[in-house]
Design a protein around this ligand. Structure first.
Ligand code: PLP
Length: 365
């Protein structure tokens, strides 16, 4: 592809001297599990997210799973999830033995529709798990109000929303626990797997800290049946370097998104709707069109990469056959899966590439 969907090599090359030095520092430190690099990153990440606490973990799925465990969500409980999300959101609920209860999105934002949540709440509902899909913040105020009314927790899946803001405040501490992935392709990406939670609740931070390390505060003394899900200090050192550039790299994404908007507003494609209260992180720039398959093929012929997030909704995956949800029971999730297309996006995408992709898309009509 002349214009790849995402160029992770370019991100490394821009910061190579800094990243190489940070990795060497971690290697030479003699600390290879937890320790000062992880603690420093946790402090810096909490501050960036305007949150009181951060706990570094092995990946984003573990962040969601340990957040639910810390809230004592388990077998027999239900957790409300978006019907339209990456399957990890659902898998975390299943991993603790609870049942994911899907709620359809607002068709304009693709995020969970707060107006549909209350009807899905039962006596077993233990938590709401909104996702800030594509880096567009979900409408948190009504979600938090519903949670307060029913005395249930809010866990946010912020794996795509690094640096996004909701009503001026950074995503990171609105709900009880906010879960992050630093998978390499995310807006803040490690050079391997990594994740974290942020929270204002000291009790939950402490619980997750315990759970990530075998349920042990003191070596060989195990208070609970914990997991091994520690953030790797080498990845923490890399993340500290990249965090210092996150603001600037998010700004580049904003500029590119604005250029797509400007170029494509004359087309008949459905473009991302940004509510007035949202400052998205632009993890993905997702358009919608009924001729998605033809459009993607046309882009590929022109050397332009694109991806589908996501081609099969969780309820239609073989993995979730046991829940027995009919494909048509969640028509919007199904329809979005057939119509969405993610255009090239990333801090190293050139303005000229956005122009070229835009031209190719207009020529396809
Ligand atoms: C990436 C992602 C995850 C999982 O993160 P990993 O670090 O890959 O485990 C969870 N939810 C969403 C919405 C994601 O995009």
């Amino acid at each position: 592809m002349k214009i790849p969907f995402l160029d992770l090599g370019a991100a490394y090359r821009e910061l190579k001297p800094e990243i190489d030095a940070a990795v060497l520092r971690a290697l030479e430190s003699g600390w290879y599990i937890l320790g000062p690099e992880v603690e420093a990153f946790e402090a810096e990440w909490a501050e960036f997210c305007e949150a009181e606490h951060s706990v570094g973990l092995a990946n984003g799925l573990d962040a969601l799973t340990l957040a639910l465990r810390a809230l004592e969500v388990g077998p027999g409980d239900e957790v409300i999830v978006p019907s339209n999300t990456y399957i990890a959101t659902w898998l975390a609920v299943s991993a603790v033995g609870a049942t994911p209860v899907p709620v359809e999105p607002d068709p304009a934002t693709h995020n969970i529709d707060p107006d549909l949540i209350e009807a899905a709440i039962t006596g077993r509902t233990k938590a709401l798990l909104p996702v800030h899909l594509y880096g567009q913040p979900a409408d948190l105020d009504p979600i938090l109000a519903i949670a307060r009314r029913h005395n249930i927790a809010v866990v946010e899946d912020a794996a795509q929303a690094h640096a996004a803001r909701y009503k001026g405040r950074r995503i990171g501490s609105h709900g009880d626990v906010v879960c992050w992935s630093f998978y390499p392709g995310k807006n803040l990406g490690a050079l391997g797997d990594a994740g974290a939670v942020t929270t204002d609740r000291a009790d939950l931070a402490e619980r997750i800290r315990l759970l990530r390390n075998y349920g042990s505060r003191e070596k060989y003394v195990n208070e609970v049946q914990g997991a091994n899900s520690r953030l790797d200090p080498i990845q923490a050192a890399v993340l500290r370097v990249k965090l210092a550039h996150l603001e600037e790299w998010t700004e580049r994404r904003r500029t590119l998104a604005a250029a797509y908007e400007e170029g494509l507003k004359v087309s008949n494609l459905i473009l991302p709707l940004v509510p007035s209260w949202a400052e998205p992180a632009w993890h993905l720039y997702v358009i919608r069109n009924q001729k998605r398959t033809e459009l993607q093929a046309h882009l590929a012929e022109n050397g332009i990469g694109s991806l589908i997030h996501y081609p099969i909704p969780p309820h239609m995956q073989a993995a979730y056959e046991p829940l027995g949800i009919e494909a048509d029971a969640l028509p919007l999730a199904r329809r979005l899966a057939d119509e969405v297309l993610s255009l090239p996006m990333g801090p190293h995408l050139k303005a000229s590439s956005v122009e070229e992709a835009t031209k190719a898309m207009l020529a396809a009509r």
